[in-house]
Design a protein around this ligand. Structure first.
Ligand code: FAD
Length: 319
């Protein structure tokens, strides 16, 4: 039976929801044994959630005489040791900030093939799919060696429950070279806002938002929706929002369940970053705006009226 590893990311509420789609992806092809690697000492607490999506082994990964949280180099070295120890054919994770860093370090340390921001993976054929040319084409990439490493775009694969009884394994890696990087401090952003790349719902404001202060209209609505707030490049270039909020070809790539675009024309470059969203809703004053040809639901209206009205309805609903 093939064995596939999944790098698990955790937050304050335990396993981050976006991991479950990655676990579902790991099931594809040959019904593999799935090893979920938890690096922060919370493996026992994560077991129930992970086994409900079909993880057969929950591995509490540690390192001899060290603290894994002290260095991404150490984490990568521990993952390399674990991949060898459990004879894994592949390691999957999220193309999140953590995944982009740690999966890349792991691939480099073991000279393994790596593809990030994948939108699909076939473990039997050893291929991954990836959106190219601003989403105009999808490339199928063959990974010609095992083990291989793949970072998946968050939320792109629908998580499917597959309950089983998982085994909890403690694996402490012996690492010869701890690397040169040491993490001294991790500062959380003050906003407490939902991370754009992992959000299930995103509400985005384009150029007509007209100022940074006006994003409050979107933030008020986002808070009630449990959503993250994004921006178009036109809004970022005009100084209304920081680049960290930009969605698109030269911004972040997102794949939420619901994307509400307010005052967006529907440019190819913006869509390159969000076209894999499950449901797209557009709010635009111009009935002929290109975005109305690309969305699931369109509202012809002024964002300064539509969004506060939505916020009011949500407030009423939520008491
Ligand atoms: P506009 O194109 O100005 O559209 C605003 C829309 O809002 C219009 O359709 C208008 O009818 C409507 N509107 C006006 N007032 C209101 C109102 N009160 N309520 C509701 N609707 C209203 N763009 C990105 O977003 N992300 C990227 O990563 C990105 N990368 C790029 C990379 C390159 C190499 C290039 C060349 C461009 C890139 N762009 C990117 C820019 C892109 O081409 C567009 O210029 C940009 O997306 C337009 O932003 P917008 O839709 O907010 O503004």
């Amino acid at each position: 039976m093939p064995k596939v590893g999944v790098l698990i990311e955790t937050g304050e509420d335990g396993v981050k929801e976006a991991n479950f789609g990655v676990i579902t992806a790991a099931h594809g092809g040959g019904d593999p044994d799935i090893y979920a690697f938890v690096l922060d000492g919370s493996a026992n607490g994560c077991k129930e959630a992970l086994q409900s999506y079909g993880v057969s082994k929950v591995v509490a990964l540690g390192v001899e005489g060290g603290d894994l949280s002290s260095s991404p180099d150490l984490q990568a070295a521990a993952l390399v040791a674990a991949i060898g120890h459990f004879s894994l054919t592949a390691l999957l994770g999220l193309s999140s900030a953590v995944g982009r860093d740690l999966l890349a370090r792991t691939a480099a340390a073991m000279d393994a093939p790596l593809v990030q921001d994948c939108i699909g993976v076939d473990l039997t054929a050893q291929t991954v799919t990836k959106s190219h040319f601003s989403g105009k084409t999808v490339a199928t990439i063959k990974l010609a060696a095992t083990p291989f490493i793949c970072g998946l775009r968050a939320n792109v694969i629908e998580a499917q429950s597959a309950p089983c009884e998982a085994e909890l394994i403690e694996y402490t890696a012996a690492v010869q070279d701890p690397g040169k990087l040491v993490v001294r401090e991790v500062k959380q952003s003050q906003s407490g806002a939902v991370d754009l790349t992992e959000a299930n719902i995103i509400i985005t404001g384009g150029r007509p938002i007209a100022s940074g202060e006006n994003y409050k209209i979107l933030r008020d609505c986002a808070e009630l929706l449990g959503a993250a707030v994004g921006a178009s490049r036109a809004a970022v270039d005009a100084g209304f929002a920081p680049h960290s909020m930009q969605v698109g070809q030269t911004g972040k790539t997102v794949s939420p369940k619901l994307y509400i675009g307010c005052g967006l024309s529907g440019s190819v470059q913006h869509f390159a970053g969000m076209k894999t969203s499950k449901v797209i809703v557009a709010v635009n004053t111009d009935k002929d705006a290109p975005i109305f040809g690309k969305c699931d639901y369109g509202i012809i209206g002024d964002l300064f009226e539509v969004v506060p009205a939505l916020t009011e309805v949500l407030k009423e609903q939520q008491g």
